[in-house]
Design a protein around this ligand. Structure first.
Ligand code: XIL
Length: 348
């Protein structure tokens, strides 16, 4: 009988998994319910899933996931209220599906649409969803101002970010609100994100933490870079969550393994171990920080670590970067524990 991951990490952070309704029954759901105490919808709660058209509001799949969280006493991370991909493009378009020009009238229209949508969704899941990825992937470190060149940005500037946080907070003042992004370990991206988060907070915008997606691979980025980013946000008083962790077995697009060499899986196991050891260490730093500083947090620096899946039969990384199977999660396709699972066990 395997030890439960959520029990092993109970003193540190919640252990979450991205799911869809088809992962909530059968053998994989036994793994989910045993090892995880938090869930997030891999796709079902994205604006493009809930509201693909102006008159559409589809929450059947979202509700199946939310109900599972309630029934199994798991926290629910809501992903996401706004993203440039898989979005409600109608909010940014005219009735003919053309993207709106950046006029003051259109900006006001987009503001109303966004606020109405967020108010409706957050009211719907009030008392059920604990955390929200309010905006996802708004940073682009390749641009001079660090802001992604999305239609949200073109039509509203950076105001859409503030509107999203304010509407979410107004609908549920207890919800914990996050800005979520990938490659947050990159110093340039981290610093753009940090400047945005701190200036929002200085303006009085209700932003509580940073979601670090953490789609990494067996050799990079370094644990130290990941750690330095979390530390920077934590010392400024932001909560941190690892929101989409997976560890690809591939380090370049050309490679493909079939079968996967044992040494690769072993390397992955060590990677999970080193990462989780560092996450535990960071979490503890918040508890032992000087209470007169913003770094001090009796709950620790990291409140939730969510994996982007449960077992290797269900990962978005299959066939990304080539025709190949990936294996980025702690359980294999037969739902057996991998070295990655044992790395998580040994880290704590
Ligand atoms: C991915 C899902 O896993 C896929 O099923 C879907 O086809 C595309 O989106 N960053 C995010 C997630 O914030 O929403 C993405 O999820 C993965 C990258």
């Amino acid at each position: 009988e395997l030890e439960s991951l959520k029990d092993l990490y109970a003193d540190y952070f919640e252990i979450g998994a991205a799911v869809e309704p088809n992962r909530l029954t059968g053998r994989v759901s036994e793994l989910l319910n045993k090892h995880f105490n938090s869930i997030v919808a891999e796709n079902s709660m994205k604006p493009g899933s809930i509201s693909p058209r102006e008159d559409a509001y589809n929450i059947t799949n979202a509700n199946i996931i939310a109900q599972h969280a309630v029934d199994q006493d798991m926290t629910l991370r809501f992903h996401t209220l706004l993203w440039h991909s898989q979005g409600s493009d109608w909010m940014l378009q005219d009735a003919n599906g053309n993207w709106l020009d950046a006029t003051p009238e259109n900006k006001a229209l987009v503001e109303t649409r966004l606020k109405n949508y967020i108010t409706r969704v957050v009211t719907q899941y009030k008392g059920i969803a604990t955390y929200y990825d309010v905006v996802n992937e708004v940073i682009d470190e390749g641009r001079p101002d660090g802001m992604r060149d999305s239609y949200w940005y073109r039509i509203t500037g950076t105001d859409f970010i503030k509107w999203a946080f304010e509407a979410a907070h107004a609908a549920d003042p207890d919800a914990k609100l996050y800005i979520n992004d990938y490659n947050t370990h990159s110093p340039r991206k981290r610093d753009f994100l940090f400047d945005l988060a701190t200036s929002l907070r200085d303006e009085g915008v209700p932003i509580h933490g940073v979601g670090h997606q953490t789609h990494i691979n067996i050799s990079g980025p370094s644990i130290q870079q990941i750690s330095e980013s979390i530390q920077k946000f934590a010392e400024a008083g932001f909560d941190n969550q690892i929101t989409e962790l997976d560890v690809s077995i591939y380090t370049t697009s050309g490679t493909s393994y079939d079968p996967i060499p044992e040494e690769i899986l072993l390397q992955q196991g060590y990677r999970f171990k080193e990462l989780f050891k560092e996450l535990v260490r960071l979490d503890e730093m918040g508890k032992h920080a000087d209470p007169s500083t913003p770094a001090y947090n009796p709950e620790g620096w990291i409140s939730n670590v969510t994996l982007w899946g449960i077992a290797d039969d269900g990962t978005w990384l299959h066939n990304r970067g080539g025709t190949r199977q990936d294996a980025p999660l702690p359980f294999d396709k037969q739902y057996q524990a991998k070295y990655a699972y044992w790395g998580m066990v040994e880290a704590v």
